[in-house]
Design a protein around this ligand. Sequence first.
Ligand SMILES: Cc1cc2nc3c(=O)[nH]c(=O)nc-3n(C[C@H](O)[C@H](O)[C@H](O)COP(=O)(O)OP(=O)(O)OC[C@H]3O[C@@H](n4cnc5c(N)ncnc54)[C@H](O)[C@@H]3O)c2cc1C
Length: 330
Amino acid sequence: MLQQYDLGTSTADGLMVWLEISERDPVSFEPSSMEILSKAREIYDGRIFGVVFGDTELKPLYKEAFSYGADTLYHVKDKRLIDFHPEAYCESLRSIAERINPSIILMSATLRGREVAPRLAASLGAGLTADCTELSMDGSVLQMTRPAFGGDLMATITSESMPQMATVRPGTFPPNKISDDATGTVIYWQYKGDSFKTIISSKRKYHDEKDITEADILISLGNGIKSKDTIRLAESVAKKLGGMVSCSRALVEKGWFPQSRQVGQSGRNVSPEIYLAFGISGSVQHKAGIMTARRVIAVNSDPDAPIREIADELIVGDAENILRELDKIL
Ligand SMILES: Cc1cc2nc3c(=O)[nH]c(=O)nc-3n(C[C@H](O)[C@H](O)[C@H](O)COP(=O)(O)OP(=O)(O)OC[C@H]3O[C@@H](n4cnc5c(N)ncnc54)[C@H](O)[C@@H]3O)c2cc1C
């Protein structure tokens, strides 16, 4: 266990981020890891340590990690760790944390992050604030903000244990490179444990489909659309605009979309240039996912729909008719 938290006496210093490798080809970071690095650089003055798992295929990614703000990269170099082994990842992160004694550890609230973070927190005797949507520093104290009570209020939480640990919801912070030429130090780390799962079979979750958090334009559909055929219309409009189709939770519950397309508190946080919401009322939970969208345009038959509170423009009309017109015009 790291030294107990005491603001006055703790020697912990530095911020550590697990930089997740995407399951997609070619080898790349999960965009959410670069988002966290960018935010870390914005709020934290000290050293930032990245940790990556894999083999020599990761070398071309070093530069990217430095350009988004990492000073030092710990590369846990082992070809068995190209696959996700949560226990082995956790043990490695713990041993690296024991070496560098960071005051803050951050990771993405991805499926893998949600599995590793609580294990790591427990093994370090630290607290964990999960699913944060804002981070800031008050001196050396990390202020971790996340939705609470079903999204009705935002709670800002501080940690009573060291290191201060949080997971961050993907799509929350914009990724910002500090420089294309940034350099840093790479340290190879060896995993000495033996906590490997036996993988009997595996199936790629991602094919060529982009994640909705990466789209610049989102056509988002809600319960106001009456027919499943409208999805095809929306796909056609999205394709013509170079965007993607996302949805509210209502349509995931109907079985019309996979959960990966859901925007909102229990779905994805998105930051597109334009978010076009068709037939979405604008519940607190949905709005929580589009707070960082550059421009929100809503189409709703109800001029008083709550989404107008966040929309830059509200077009009062029928979602399907307007999509059809848009498709024709484009
Ligand atoms: C813990 C928790 C987490 C949640 N997480 C999420 C989340 O991540 N994402 C999410 O979306 N929801 C989430 N929800 C659900 C959320 O509370 C709402 O139920 C949901 O967002 C409603 O979806 P909607 O706006 O599509 O549907 P509705 O609320 O039914 O709204 C439909 C809208 O369509 C309009 N409309 C009707 N007909 C037309 C038409 N012909 N043309 C145009 N507009 C029309 C209506 O005026 C209305 O505004 C969560 C709820 C809880 C309790």
